[in-house]
Write a protein that binds this ligand. Structure first.
Ligand code: FES
Length: 95
């Protein structure tokens, strides 16, 4: 995970991804939709996460940017409160 990332949201979002398509997933939390990289990471130490899936189906995407299973949700978002949204990720994730 990126130490410069911000918490885009404290809940995940389901998104349908197509098999075989190369996606660039936002790891910085600063993109417009919080899921796909739009270049907003420029100037941060973050870079997008390249992703290709084998099955076309909905996936639960991490928006807190600290999932241990990034870019997919693993429930870590439950550690963030509403007031943590749009702020830097917690230090305990950087160790
Ligand atoms: S906009 Fe967040 S990684 Fe590119």
């Amino acid at each position: 995970m990126c130490k410069d990332a911000i918490v885009f949201h404290n809940k995940p979002k389901g998104v349908k991804l197509e098999a075989g398509v190369e996606y660039f997933i936002c790891s910085c939390g600063k993109s417009e939709d919080g899921i796909f990289c739009d270049g907003s990471h420029e100037g941060t130490g973050c870079s997008p996460h390249k992703l290709t899936v084998e099955k076309t189906k909905p996936y639960l995407m991490c928006l807190c940017k600290t999932s241990g299973f990034f870019p997919f949700c693993d429930g870590t978002h439950s550690l963030y409160k509403d007031e943590d949204v749009k702020k830097g990720i917690k230090e305990w994730h950087l160790k």
